[in-house]
Design a binder for this molecule. Structure first.
Ligand code: PLP
Length: 487
């Protein structure tokens, strides 16, 4: 028999009752493995005598231990440590100082000041955003139904385990069909990789194609989050002028004659942020240059699906005989940015390498969500949604542009965009955008001050798609009132 009188040390002057002290000490010895499962404990009378306490105190301690599941009593045999122990709290390696974890690390690590930039977050406030969809329109009920059914079926299949690094098979297949039908891309399954948004797509392509010191050409001005990724990969950025027809291809050619160019990042459908469309003749010249100088064209087609006045020009990737284009897109503007589903279309050997790179950051995407989205594509739900959204956004664009003109007059210059989800608005230089943004926010409307696009243009993107007609009217009234302070 273990020496219980020395194992259980009592403090009769302590605040906690003696029976609790006994129960706590016994539980602690069980937890530490001093008292092993199925060890017999002394009878109540014997333990009371050993500890110098009343027998009823030991009975109460045993009752407490029984209730917590540490011990069990077997009829006419006695009291034993339970063979099945209650869930135990992990023991600290050493006594740590009380309080939350410190802000400072105990080791050296690398910070990249480059990456320390503000990041956009959703808000319920009224806003003319960067050009996001109205997520209230997306077929969430159908998505939830598809998700449920995928999970149920998943129990019989391998869907609930690790899957393919290049994306859930059914979504790759659905996406292949969709991209072929909607954009004329001559592709099959092995040319498509599903990513978590086009942001990840840009990151993977940058890691795959760029080496430190490589030159990437980007527009002046362009998508600055893309620039971050290229710089993070060690690339040197060279800017190319942007005019009413997108990137200046003559300037690209001039740079190619001066230096080796590894990549050109382009948003030809609606140049980001200015929304202008690159015409066919410039696109063909760009493809020609890519073939001659062997650079990669990274074509970011972030809002191809919305066009209101005419049919869109097909992507560069569809006319790319030289296999120089890597085409990326996402469902962020089609459905919702929260889904984090994007894709890359590229020659098969590039897709294979991208999948390997993806594996070391994310292994794979969300199988279940991807399979649910594939159901929406297969059942025509996505097509119906796009058709509906296109009509709604068309109306909103018209109203938005009409009010910009009639309500704000000469305070804002803009060209009505033929597609996409935002207007590029240049404000009268007499109105400081950064100060206007603050006034409007105080009045209940949010929008960007445009600094992230350019610090000297006094221009910004005003999204019209995520706000309904009455919200557009409300927002415009606030904008008008806020501007009146400056005139
Ligand atoms: C031009 C452009 N490319 C890429 C993205 C990234 O989108 P996501 O990662 O949500 O697909 C955005 C987001 O607004 C964008 O405007």
């Amino acid at each position: 028999m273990l020496p219980f009188s020395s194992l259980i040390v009592l403090d009769k002057s302590a605040k906690s009752p003696v029976f609790i002290q006994i129960a706590t000490a016994v539980a602690e010895h069980i937890r530490r493995g001093v008292l092993l499962p199925q060890t017999q404990l002394p009878g109540t009378r014997a333990l009371a005598a050993a500890l110098g306490v009343h027998r009823k105190t030991v009975v109460a301690a045993y009752d407490e231990l029984l209730a917590q599941g540490w011990i069990e009593t077997l009829a006419s045999r006695g009291t034993f440590v339970s063979p099945k122990l209650p869930e135990v709290q992990p023991l600290a390696l050493e006594k740590s100082p009380a309080g939350p974890l410190s802000q400072q690390a105990g080791f050296d690590f690398h910070t990249k000041p480059l990456l320390a930039v503000p990041v956009l977050q959703g808000s319920d406030a009224l806003s003319f955003d960067d050009g996001f969809p109205d997520v209230r329109l997306a077929p969430w009920d159908a998505y939830c139904r598809a998700y449920r059914s995928v999970v149920r079926k998943g129990f019989r299949k391998k869907l609930l385990f690790y899957g393919q690094m290049s994306g859930e098979h059914s979504l790759r297949a659905a996406m292949t069909d969709y991209l072929r039908e909607s954009r004329g891309l001559p592709i099959d399954l092995d040319k498509v990789l599903i990513t978590r948004g086009s942001m990840m797509a840009i990151y993977l392509v940058a890691q795959c194609v760029l080496r430190p010191g490589d030159t990437v050409l980007v527009g002046n001005i362009c998508y600055t989050s893309g620039n971050l990724i290229f710089k993070h990969a060690g690339a040197t950025l060279q800017t190319v002028p942007v005019d009413a027809r997108g990137l200046d291809v003559d300037a690209i050619e001039a740079l190619c004659q001066k230096m080796p160019v590894r990549m050109v990042y382009v948003t030809p459908h609606h140049h980001y942020p200015t929304t202008v469309m690159m015409p066919a003749e410039r696109r063909l010249r760009l493809l020609q240059l890519a073939r001659t100088y062997r650079f990669c064209i990274l074509e970011d087609d972030y809002d191809y699906d919305f066009h209101y006045d005419s049919s869109p020009i097909l992507p560069l990737a569809g006319a790319d005989a030289g296999q120089n284009v890597v085409y990326i897109g996402s469902l962020s503007k089609v459905f919702s940015p929260a889904l984090r589903v994007g894709y890359v279309v590229a020659p098969a050997e590039v897709i294979e390498e991208l999948a390997r790179l993806r594996r070391i950051v994310d292994r794979q995407g969300d199988n279940l969500s991807e399979a649910a989205l594939a159901v929406l594509f297969r059942e025509g739900e996505m097509r119906r949604h796009l058709k509906k959204a296109q009509k709604v956004y068309h109306r909103r664009r018209n109203l938005f542009c009409e009010l910009l003109k009639t309500e704000l007059g000469t305070a804002v210059e803009f060209t009505r965009p033929s597609g996409g989800l935002a207007v590029w608005a240049q404000f009268d230089p007499a109105i400081s955008l950064s100060s206007l943004v603050q006034t409007a926010a105080a009045n209940g409307l949010r929008f960007s001050d445009g600094i992230k696009y350019s610090s000297h243009l006094n221009a910004t993107r005003l999204g019209f798609a995520s706000v309904n007609e009455s919200e557009i009217e409300q927002g415009m009234a606030i904008l008008k009132k806020s501007i009146s302070r400056y005139r």
